[in-house]
Design a protein around this ligand. Sequence first.
Ligand SMILES: [Ca+2]
Ligand SMILES: [Ca+2]
Length: 494
Amino acid sequence: MDQEIERIIAGQLELAREHFDSCFGAREEDFVKVTEECGLPRFANRALFRYVTRDACGSASSGSAIIGKRVRMVDRDLWPPYNHFCDVWARLRRSSADIHALLFNILTDDASKPRAYLTRSDIKPLVTNVIDYHSELEFLEGQGQFAQSYADTVIERIFYNANRTWDGKMTLSQFRKADIVGILRIIEGGIDVDIESPGVFSYKHFYVLFCSFFELDTNRDRLLDARDLLRYFSGTLSRRTISRVMMGKGKPSEHMVPRAPSADDARARAKADKRKAKPGSRYDLNVRLSDCRMTYNDFIWFLLSEIDKTTPTAVEYWFRCLDLDGDGVLTVYELEYFYDEQFNRMEEEMAGDVIMLDDLMCQLNDLIRPERNGLITLKDLRRAPPKMLPIFFDAFMNLTRFLEHDSRTSFLQRQLAQISMRAMPTTLFKDVIQMRVDFLANLPNPWVEFADTEYAALLNDNEEQEAQEGAVGEPEQDTATTSNAVALTGNAAV
Ligand SMILES: [Ca+2]
Ligand SMILES: [Ca+2]
């Protein structure tokens, strides 16, 4: 085994030597040839270059927030001497169990203080590398804040999917599971090529997230307050849900308002210390809703969770919102608190055609089958069929969607029944089951479906707006923009 690794390292170093011989002294972007010879995705180049030049060429800046070809610090750095590279690469390769561990070790990039986790800023060199060198993203150059928002979106989405501990510290096993290496390889072929399941780098998805946020942010301060969220999908979320979201119960909020601690604060803190709250359980009774704001990064977690409530992160997000006392169990009393508001709205909006809580709880108990009747835990929800989860959460939080489920579920049931009827007399029962499973598995992912529809609508809006501007004789803007760049001109300045 050891011999095999030594043979691989020797082969890689031999191939890399040619580039050192011909390119010695060249810049970071030329180093991509070496990165590829070493078996890494090309967009890991900046990270590897920084890693190998760190000791050889002084202090290479790591995790720089600067985007854009003109202001990159590392361009001033030179390639390391070949012998130095050999030492660094061999040591790195020997200490990494697989390609995931290899990239993970490169990104943690702090030899003096070895870390067992990655932070958001550690991922940045990968994302800025993609922004600066991916041919499909050329139009982001010089877009400052807009390009920065794209980078933030990609990083938040990586953490949304991978960081199941919610602590902003991605472990090697989370990194491996998220398959960042695989994602980097896929986008070499194109950013939005996989129509079925575009990944975290999807420009289209970023654009939808970004525009959805600014649609709500009427005063353009890049923060949302509770009132803004009331306008989300024409007021579909209940006020009680919005309060919980805004208070950072789903995802701890990034936005903090410094306040002089009062005597109450001190007492609450002493009480919380005594209780020795579990890490991650945020139990701040002293939050004032009027102080709460949602940043763009928080909004990414909110919108992804709102649109697709079947993902593990979404389930946890909404569970925490509903779990008023944070004890890890949803009781009938907690659910009733949320359902009361829904019930009143149904009475107002549906002329008395309402669903009683008792009936609802019976149905939901059948769907979720909790271990203890009437007490729903996160474990129960994780075991429940994923398609049932949106019905469960929307019943307590999102009236419009909850009422949609009624018709959608029965439509689904009819389709499933038709599959069985058509196949039944001639097909084996287990094959019929498989057909039904395949049918359900091929239903479009709610987030992808949503992003597609919204993106088409946004492009349409932009075209209409441009047509109007053309009609009234507005001075023409840059005509050389691509359709993507057209989509961004309306919002890039905010
Ligand atoms: Ca605002
Ligand atoms: Ca509870």
